[in-house]
Design a protein around this ligand. Sequence first.
Ligand SMILES: [Cu+2]
Length: 107
Amino acid sequence: MQMKRLFFSALSGAAIIMASFPAQAATIEITIEKLTFNPPAVDAKIGDTIEWVNKDIMVHTATADGRFDVMIPAHKSASFTVTKSGAFDYYCRFHPNMRARLNVAAN
Ligand SMILES: [Cu+2]
């Protein structure tokens, strides 16, 4: 009887420890509509996933020279996992007026 009670209290202790360390990585969604990234600036952490959702009828890219170049087909989404900290201005290679910024904090 005593052992059984000890076992259950150990189990609930483990559950509390697991709950206090939730998954750190988040997915940040950016919508592309009418040739605009929305929101135009997002804050992320290393390990987060950026997902661009393209609602336009044309293909776009999210391109930061030398850093990332993500193709987002019409009416599709594409994602990218952040691996470096810094402030990245990115644009669409097909529509250079489309500009946005990704701020990645050093963890
Ligand atoms: Cu574009």
